[in-house]
Design a protein around this ligand. Structure first.
Ligand code: KG4
Ligand code: ZN
Length: 336
């Protein structure tokens, strides 16, 4: 029998107020994102209290627009999936409590989604041929994981960052170069004018070869900038950006390909905000082709935080009948 399941997704774990309606886990009927970037920019990063207040301001109009754009009402929705962690707790609670209210009022099942499972599920969007098993590299502002996705909802963590996430390193290095928040996209474009081999920044080597560490690299970049300043030397910001980016990309690519090799899986999904990075996309495309690994990197709009990925994850919970009760609480830290 043809299924025709519509899931409303809601995401407010950081600085995006987002809602989306997804049909059968992959068809995007609507995808509405209100980004608070301009609001947080003057502060050089996300201010949790300001994020939560702005989610409260925007959540009803964002959800209404997602339903309108999808040409449906709440009565057409089969389940409401909301992120319940990890994230900024005040921010998470806005979306989750809104979802609970809708679920109660419309008598529609509620599904709690782990934000990381959301990022992994972005690989299914507009991509019905893509299915587990695969290796997922999650690289975002707050998270850096290599995950073996054995089946829908079945995850084994192969590697994780022992300190900063890749996106966090991009944002901190960008800040030290005087670039505005969020820094990843700024470094990406500045690096295009620089030489990636100009400065040999370090690549961390860890006991678990699939773990990540970016704080030493971040410190090396800051030391480089500060010592040049002290000596009165001129620095080439484009070269710094390109060399730093190359060091991050090198490690992400090496570990992701090793994870495929170690698990014997020839399918790789790269998700999270850093998956927008042009050098990462180019390098992986080339290397995966050489090693016969089927690579899938979602469209940039599905890589950064969005609710379409949350609804896609919700679809598989719906199929299993794994629903949440009204007692579901938000969690600032939550593992996969
Ligand atoms: O997934 P995401 O929207 O939020 C989190 O869950 O953290 O990721 C945001 C991160 C930020 O650190 C941002 O600087 C980074 O993704 N990012 C990029 C690029 N676009 C966004 N990093 C490198 N290159 C980019 N083009
Ligand atoms: Zn995220």
């Amino acid at each position: 029998m043809e299924e025709n399941i519509k899931i409303l997704g809601i995401e407010t774990s950081c600085d995006e107020t987002a809602a989306a309606v997804i049909l059968n886990g992959d068809v995007v009927l609507s995808n509405v994102i209100f980004s608070q970037i301009d609001i947080h920019k003057p502060h050089g990063g996300v201010v949790p209290e300001i994020a939560a207040r702005n989610h409260i301001d925007k959540i009803d109009t964002v959800v209404k627009k997602a339903l309108d754009d999808a040409g449906c009402t709440l009565m057409d929705i089969d389940a409401i999936a909301a992120t319940y962690g990890p994230g900024l707790i005040g921010a998470v609670l806005v979306g989750l409590n809104f979802a609970k209210s809708l679920s109660f009022a419309a008598d529609t099942p509620l599904i709690g989604i782990n934000h990381l499972e959301g990022h992994i599920s972005s690989a299914y969007l507009e991509n019905s041929g893509f299915a587990p098993p695969f290796v997922a590299l999650i690289a975002s502002g707050g998270h850096n994981h290599l995950v073996y996705v054995e089946n829908y909802g079945e995850y084994e963590i192969l590697g994780r960052t022992v300190d900063d996430a890749a996106g966090e390193a991009f944002d901190k290095v960008a800040r030290s170069l005087g670039l505005p928040y969020p820094g990843g996209v700024q470094i990406d474009s500045l690096a295009k004018e620089g030489d990636p081999a100009a400065i040999p920044f370090p690549r961390a080597k860890l006991d678990n070869a699939l773990d990540f560490s970016f704080s030493g690299l971040k410190s090396a970049v800051l030391n480089y900038i500060n010592s040049a300043k002290m000596k009165g030397d001129k620095t080439n910001h484009a070269d710094i950006a390109a060399s730093f980016q190359d060091a991050v990309v090198d490690v992400l690519v090496k570990n992701a390909l090793n994870a495929c090799l170690m698990t014997g899986v020839d399918k790789l999904a790269v998700v999270g905000g850093v998956a927008c990075n042009s050098r990462l996309r180019e390098t992986l495309t080339k290397k995966c082709a050489q090693q016969d690994i089927a690579l899938h990197i979602p469209k940039p709009i599905f890589c950064t935080d969005n609710a379409a990925m949350v609804a896609a994850a919700g679809f598989y919970h719906y199929k299993k009948g794994s629903f949440a009760g009204m007692g579901l609480n938000g969690q600032s830290s939550l593992s996969l």
